[in-house]
Design a protein around this ligand. Structure first.
Ligand SMILES: [Zn+2]
Length: 296
């Protein structure tokens, strides 16, 4: 866990299976972490203002305002009203997408897999309590999705470079409901043909308080602070067709980042685990994939 996270207190935690979505409320000043537990798993991400769900995270406004088509560490993410919604404060990967639409039923029909689980319906289901229907799901930020951008703007989906335990941490600048889908795409390289679970956590921006006599006498306040890891109940209705069911044992066993030796086998530099710098994500460094071809 990073120094930044060590200074914060987790207050919500959700595991998300491929083909499922989860919505979590994040107050202004709180932090949202999205983690690929086993690596190479894309997280489709949308968010709405809690005050008015007509305001939502806009990839177009974010691209335009930043003059950049790839989410970057330190970048502010904007709403459709050009208001700041999030800031990217930590990123152990450095490679994400905000160009591609969610996978949806039509996408899978064209791939010859009608009825396939998909991100758009998963996000819709997660937001049903907020009155946000299918047609109001905005274009997402696709965390960990690796898209190669060619000289003339051609796009090519590649396997994510994110490894087990990689994550992004965003700070909410408004009160929002954020929804995350673990993309069930298993017919393209999007998730390395093997969708796996994500973990989403919300952190309060203060360290876990030391237990004192005074706090011990206030059980209600204490109970609000710590929320134990909750593995979501087995969803019988989660019909992830053609997506292999992840093995529960590996979910529990893989919360920590892969050791450097594993990263080296993947072709990444062996210094990855210890080279997280403040200005540049570790995995982006020395990675051929990081090269975005500039269009003159
Ligand atoms: Zn998807």
């Amino acid at each position: 866990m990073s120094d930044l996270l060590n200074e914060k207190t987790p207050i919500k935690s959700r595991h998300i299976r491929p083909g499922q979505g989860e919505a979590v409320e994040v107050k202004a000043g709180q932090f949202l972490q999205i983690e690929t537990l086993q690596g190479k798993q894309v997280a489709d991400f949308v968010a709405f203002s809690l005050d008015d769900t007509g305001e939502f995270l806009s990839t177009a406004a974010t691209r335009s305002t930043n003059g950049n088509i790839v989410p970057q560490l330190g970048m502010t993410l904007y709403s459709n009203r050009r208001e700041p919604m999030f800031e990217i404060v930590e990123d152990t990967v450095g490679r994400h997408d905000m160009l591609y639409a969610c996978c949806d039923p039509v996408r899978y029909e064209k791939l010859g897999a009608p009825g396939h689980a998909n991100c758009r319906e998963a996000l819709t289901a997660s937001l049903v309590g907020y009155g946000i229907g299918y047609d109001r799901i905005p274009d997402p930020i696709n965390w960990f999705m690796t898209v190669s951008i060619q000289q003339r703007g051609e796009l090519e989906i590649r396997e994510p470079i994110a490894e087990a335990g990689d994550y992004v941490l965003v700070k909410a600048l408004k009160d929002v409901v954020a929804a995350v889908s673990a993309c069930p795409q298993d017919l393209t390289p999007t998730n390395a043909e093997h969708p796996t679970n994500l973990r989403v956590r919300v952190f309060r921006d203060e360290p876990l308080p030391a237990m004192t006599m005074r706090e011990a006498s206030q059980p209600v306040a204490e109970a609000e602070i710590v929320v134990a890891e909750v593995v979501e109940p087995e969803p019988a209705e989660a019909a992830v067709e053609a997506a292999p069911e992840p093995e529960p044992a590996t979910v529990e066993a893989a919360p920590e980042p892969a050791p450097a030796t594993e990263a080296a086998e993947q072709g990444a530099p062996s210094t990855v685990a210890s080279s997280h710098g403040p200005s540049r994500p570790a995995r982006l460094r020395d990675t051929a994939e990081a090269t975005v071809v500039r269009v003159e």
